[in-house]
Design a protein around this ligand. Structure first.
Ligand SMILES: [Zn+2]
Length: 179
């Protein structure tokens, strides 16, 4: 199994990036229960069961459409904003506020299920939507992975230099040579 890459700098974006390349996924970490468990573990948010995997994929696509639109300075689909907020509201109704790294965060007691992971993703999406920095949102032009550009000069273009960045560089290299 290939390695999980976390390049989004926000949980909701990493969750959107569980699909590699759209519209036809070359790899989908939410395709099977086994892969979903492996992804959650690698993301540092392990879960015990994956009931509701289809709903998790729906949430992922809503999150993707929202932030892809915003990365391209377009308005996110209203239905997707509503869908993410509904999941967030459901989670917030069951959460407790607990200290987390100098602030407070939503925490859930009980078994860590796929639903809890979905609440965490929705909370991350709402946090990013309400607090930004949306001007730092980017979408990789090659694989459409989403990320927050945390570089000082704000010039990040690729999901990662090792995958798409270098792929593009070699493509340009060979294009120049054959010209
Ligand atoms: Zn990429």
């Amino acid at each position: 199994m290939t390695e999980v890459e976390l390049v989004g700098n926000a949980l909701c974006l990493d969750f959107a990036n569980t699909v590699n390349a759209r519209p036809v996924a070359a790899r989908d970490w939410l395709a099977t229960s086994e892969q979903a468990l492996a992804w959650a573990r690698a993301a540092g948010l392990p879960i015990e069961d994956t009931a509701g995997l289809a709903e998790a994929r729906e949430l992922r696509e809503a999150v993707f459409r929202i932030f892809e639109a915003l990365a391209n300075d377009g308005p996110p689909p209203r239905a997707d904003l509503d869908a993410v907020l509904a999941v967030h509201a459901e989670g917030a109704a069951r959460a407790r506020l607990e200290p987390a790294g100098g602030a407070y965060g939503l925490r859930w007691e009980g078994p860590r299920t796929m639903r809890v992971l979905m609440w965490e993703v929705a909370a991350s999406a709402v946090e990013l939507l309400t607090h930004g920095p949306l001007d730092r949102l980017g979408a990789c032009p090659s694989c459409v992975w989403l990320f927050l550009d945390t570089s000082r000069n704000r010039r990040r273009r690729w999901c990662s230099m090792t995958t798409c960045g270098s792929r593009d560089k070699s493509r340009r290299y060979y294009a120049t040579r054959s010209a």
